[in-house]
Design a protein around this ligand. Structure first.
Ligand code: NAG
Length: 396
């Protein structure tokens, strides 16, 4: 074999290794999913660097400057010392505007309001809804752990909800939505709960919109974790890795979480809040056997109490708390480890009397909404985005 063909062979093997991944049968445009996955996998293979540098320096290439266009004024500014990107329609004002306070995803470890997919999403929302969109940043793991991410977002949100700030942006205080995807959906749910018992905030949020949110760190053996453990763009090991890194870089925590043995017996009363056997609709339980959780040592929970905190796991809120929540939109994807977190929150909120709209994407993988324009042009992403914007247009 000549040098050239050997090189070709090695390249093909490497390419296949990075690109090929088994996918569910009814996924549209599977090669695009695989290519996106390959890109992410390359990032993850640099994860040795992540521990010291974080993901930031590796993914800066996805960032775009705050460039205004014909319709939207885009500015980067600070809300209570937290960096945010603001999108304001240039269209002349006839009445006060509605607003979306948006929180990006990325496992509490990656992502930025300046990332192209989030910049695009902010523009689209501002343009199609004639709304002010605040896209907030927050400090990331592994440099910063819980509750820093939560507190940064909450600080920015409180700043935005001040009478003075709302007036500055001509926002109608009765038409505000808090939204986020993935880890951002987690933060959106958490801050929306927190607002309910903050006496200093007078504004009532109209809608919370949670896009494939992560909502609990107690049980990593849900049917959706079992069924989608090896599918892109978020494998079980990736998600559990993000969860553990949200609290600590201690490998013992990740190991215990992967074995689903991290919750101590003293906290067993919390399992009723994440009991998929009672909270999932029948069709999602099919073929799965519920086993009561295995309890772990209490040292981990003592060292990292964050994973039992309602500010990290909004599903742990009790019914009396949930009752006060606004109209809720939850987007779930069939092929997503986080699917059942979202579905269980739908059940719990409905049981507490909250009005909930569940948009379930039968052919969706995790990240479907922000992926539509990130690297590839996903048909399913466009479809989901258009439906989402239409829903907001009608309800916000
Ligand atoms: C979960 O729910 C099932 C019934 O739906 C019940 O048998 C089981 O004891 C519950 N487990 C916990 C830990 O709440």
């Amino acid at each position: 074999m000549g040098k050239k063909s050997l090189f070709l062979l090695i390249s093909c093997v490497l390419l296949a290794y990075f690109v090929y991944v088994p996918l569910p049968d009814n996924i549209d445009q599977p090669w695009k999913v695989m290519m996106t996955w390959a890109f992410m996998k390359v990032q993850m293979h640099l994860s040795g660097l992540v521990e010291t540098l974080g993901y930031g320096p590796l993914l800066n290439l996805l960032e775009v400057p705050p460039a205004s266009d014909a319709n939207i004024l885009v500015t980067d500014t600070l809300f209570n010392n937290v960096p945010v990107r603001v999108f304001e329609p240039k269209q002349k004002l006839s009445a006060m505007r509605r607003a979306v306070f948006y929180i990006h995803g990325g496992g509490w470890a990656m992502g930025d309001a300046a990332w192209k997919p989030y910049d695009e999403l902010g523009r689209q929302m501002a343009d199609k809804l004639n709304a002010v969109v605040i896209s907030t940043n927050y400090r990331l793991s592994p440099q910063y752990h819980f509750p820093t991410q939560f507190e940064d977002v909450y600080d920015a949100l409180r700043w935005f909800l001040r009478k003075k700030t709302l007036a500055e942006y001509s926002v109608d205080p009765t038409r505000i939505c808090i939204a986020g995807d993935s880890a951002g959906g987690n933060l959106a749910a958490a801050v929306t709960q927190k607002l309910l018992d903050d006496p200093e905030v007078k504004v009532k949020i109209k809608i919370q919109s949670l896009i494939y949110p992560a909502l609990q760190a107690l049980d990593f053996d849900l049917p959706s974790y079992r069924e989608n453990a090896h599918y892109p763009l978020l494998r079980k090991s990736d998600m559990v890795g993000f969860w553990s890194m949200y609290f600590s870089t201690d490998k013992a925590l990740k190991e215990a979480m992967l074995a689903n043995q991290h919750t101590p017996v003293e906290s067993s009363h919390l399992f009723k809040f994440v009991n998929w056997s009672s909270l999932l609709p029948e069709r999602f339980k099919k073929g799965h056997l519920y086993t009561n959780p295995i309890h772990g040592h209490s040292d981990l929970a003592k060292k990292y109490p964050g994973f039992l905190d309602v500010r990290s796991s909004p599903l742990l809120a009790d019914d009396s708390k949930l009752r006060g929540l606004p109209l809720t939109h939850i987007l779930t994807c069939q092929y997503d480890v986080l699917r059942d977190d979202g579905l269980m929150y739908v059940s719990r909120l409905r049981a507490a009397g909250v009005q909930v709209v569940n948009e379930h994407v039968e052919d969706g993988v995790h990240g479907v909404l922000s992926l539509y324009n990130s690297l590839m042009n996903f048909k399913v992403g466009h479809r989901v985005l258009n439906k989402y914007l239409k829903w907001l247009e009608e309800n916000l």
